[in-house]
Design a protein around this ligand. Structure first.
Ligand code: GSH
Length: 202
């Protein structure tokens, strides 16, 4: 299989972590895609131009990190990331959605920062900076939830990949005033799969 990524994509990092955690590194070739580039050859592989994008062994392509993670998780018949049944499952899904909401805003912010200076929107930058503050505050109150401390799951991975954007965005300062979130992240960051999928600095 082939996984198309960009090194700085937090969504690709989620998938790269799952590949490592599932022991699939030998089965998935990681390929750098040229995104946001007029005429990129990648657009003939994935017309949306987005990453991550998994091309399965049968040639079918999958977009969207959640779908790719679910596919890889089930590949060997030993899924570990399916949500639990009942109330615990709804809680886990709720937190997963919150982690996605956080990462989505941070990705918009990063994208804006990577545009040429004269094309950046101060309104978007300001909006995403304030959103990130609200989300960090919210996560400080949620990080003690059992879902964030039990067996590894996609809510934990997604939140960690969101917070890990601090290495690429110097204006993202989610740590001050959030000691519980900082401690959770620092412990999570010890995972070899997180270290191995580190994003390059901006
Ligand atoms: N919801 C998608 C988001 C994917 C996404 O936005 N990827 C960005 C990189 S972080 C991208 O490919 N941007 C290139 C573009 O928009 O052309 C997922 O979870 O996979």
């Amino acid at each position: 299989m082939k996984l198309y990524i960009t090194p700085g994509s937090p969504y690709a990092r989620i998938v790269r972590m799952v590949i490592i955690e599932k022991g699939l590194t030998a089965r998935v070739e990681i390929i750098l895609a040229s995104t946001r580039t007029a005429g990129s050859a990648y657009y003939r592989i994935n017309p949306s131009g987005r990453v991550p994008y998994l091309v399965r062994d049968d040639g079918v392509g999958l977009e969207e990190s959640s779908l790719i993670c679910a596919y890889l998780d089930h590949l060997q018949g030993t899924p570990q990331f399916d949500w639990p049944d009942g109330a615990a499952g709804w809680e886990a899904r709720r937190l997963d959605a919150l982690a996605h909401s956080f990462i989505d805003g941070l990705a918009v912010w990063s994208r804006e920062l990577h545009r040429p200076q004269n094309e950046r929107s101060p309104t978007v930058l300001e909006h995403e900076a304030r959103r990130s503050e609200r989300m960090a505050y919210l996560w400080e109150s949620q990080i003690g939830h059992p879902t964030m401390h039990g067996a590894l799951n996609l809510a934990q991975i997604t939140l960690a990949c969101a917070l890990g954007l601090e290495t690429r965005n110097p204006d993202l300062k989610w740590r001050p005033g959030h000691p519980l979130l900082s401690a959770w992240f620092d412990a999570f960051a010890q995972r070899p799969s997180f270290a191995a999928s580190a994003l390059p600095p901006q």
